[in-house]
Design a protein around this ligand. Structure first.
Ligand SMILES: NC(=O)c1ccc[n+]([C@@H]2O[C@H](COP(=O)([O-])OP(=O)(O)OC[C@H]3O[C@@H](n4cnc5c(N)ncnc54)[C@H](OP(=O)(O)O)[C@@H]3O)[C@@H](O)[C@H]2O)c1
Length: 349
């Protein structure tokens, strides 16, 4: 089955996507009849477009010489906006991996809605549009008869969304609790295990590249809150956006609070939870023997279910290749859904 892809954003995840498709493609063609081809890559400087498929190695060598990919002499189109590429290039899927923006969700929101309106499915790892407009976006996708997939937005490569959606499909999920942000988990782990202050732990995280120079998205709990929105809508059929989440970050967690928790055999973690009516993100005391209590940059999620009790999944929550593997998972899911659609149409006709 033909799958032509427009990749929008060629940073850490975008490059991971081209690398993983190049490495795994032969295997996937054999296993699933899945034969994707990247026909355009757009970033902030312009695009490269070739309807017969692009060669990522050649593009990488252009980048390594210090030029944008749109400088490709054969297929480069410097200055062309990503929106125009999405509108004009023939493709089945847009993979949207531009930077997150939780104020306006742009440019990703326009990229995604334009893809839908031109009949293209979307895979994204960008939390912004989902955090601000997930109910409207899922409706628009349905209206245009296209699929929207976003498994890399929660848990990076760890299939937190699919595990709940597919593996627990026969059960009822009553509550969700998760450590969904590696940066804050690293900071809290450093504080409790090495007795450093919040400021020292944050500085260490920044030195190691775990925290941004402007760390508010992580430490004030916005990143976790975005993930709570996605989980609540996708897994628990809510219709919420970021403003519906009660959010407290970790700036005010002091060493003394961790010491007090330790006396009770507990520690403090930034927990995103959907349990009852109001979804929340807040520093929460949990037992150190609780399976959810992971250390360092790890993420973990516990689904409390009606029949199968608690199910906990642990994994790396970010990383270019990890997240690219989630994009490939989503592309395969879309391919599977399209094949089923074709089968149903044929049996009806
Ligand atoms: N990295 C991870 O581990 C990870 C994990 C899960 C989810 N995510 C999410 O995945 C998305 C991509 O992350 P990343 O780490 O790959 O980010 P990144 O390295 O900053 O790459 C973003 C890319 O988008 C391009 N871009 C910016 N504005 C654009 C525009 N208006 N039109 C077209 N392209 C534009 C950038 O171009 P320039 O470089 O020229 O500005 C860059 O190529 C983000 O939303 C992030 O939150 C990342």
């Amino acid at each position: 089955m033909r799958m032509r892809i427009i990749l929008v954003g060629y940073g850490v995840v975008g490059k991971g996507v081209t690398a993983i498709l190049a490495r795994r493609c032969a295997e996937k063609v054999k296993d699933y009849g899945f034969n994707p081809k990247i026909v355009a890559i757009a970033d902030i400087d312009g695009a490269v477009i070739n309807s017969r498929g692009l060669n990522p190695e050649k593009l990488e060598s252009i980048r390594q010489r210090g030029y944008p990919i749109s400088a490709d002499p054969e297929f480069g189109q410097p200055g062309i906006p990503a929106l125009e590429v999405i509108q004009s290039v023939e493709a089945e899927v847009v993979v949207e991996v531009t930077p997150v923006n939780i104020k306006t969700a742009e440019p990703a929101l326009s990229h995604i809605t334009t893809a839908f309106k031109t009949g293209k499915h979307v895979v994204t790892t960008n939390k912004g549009p989902l955090a601000l407009a997930m109910p409207a976006l899922t409706e628009l996708a349905e209206y245009n008869n296209v699929f929207l997939r976003f498994s890399g937005t929660v848990g990076g490569g760890t299939p937190m969304l699919e595990f709940a959606k597919r593996c627990l499909a026969g059960d009822k999920i009553l509550a969700i609790k998760g450590i969904l942000n590696g940066t804050t988990n690293y900071i809290l782990t450093e504080m409790s295990q090495n007795r450093v202050t919040f400021q020292e732990a944050l500085a260490n995280a920044q030195k190691l590249g775990y925290a941004e120079r402007e760390p508010s998205m992580d430490i004030d709990g916005f990143d976790t809150a975005c993930k709570v929105v996605i989980l609540a809508n996708w897994i628990m059929n809510k219709k919420i956006t970021l403003k519906d989440v009660d959010r407290t970050g970790i700036r005010d967690v002091a060493l003394e609070m961790l010491d007090e928790a330790a006396k009770r055999g507990n520690t403090i973690k930034l927990i995103g939870s959907i349990d009852g009516d109001k979804p929340s993100v807040k520093p929460t005391e949990i037992g150190t023997t609780n399976p959810l209590c992971v250390s360092g940059v790890l993420n973990a999620i516990t689904y409390s279910t009606e029949y199968a009790a608690d199910q906990t999944l642990i994994g790396r929550g970010a990383g270019g290749m990890e997240t690219a593997s989630a994009v490939l998972r989503d592309l395969l899911d879309i391919r599977h859904k399209l094949a089923n659609r074709l089968l149903n149409n044929n049996s009806e006709s």
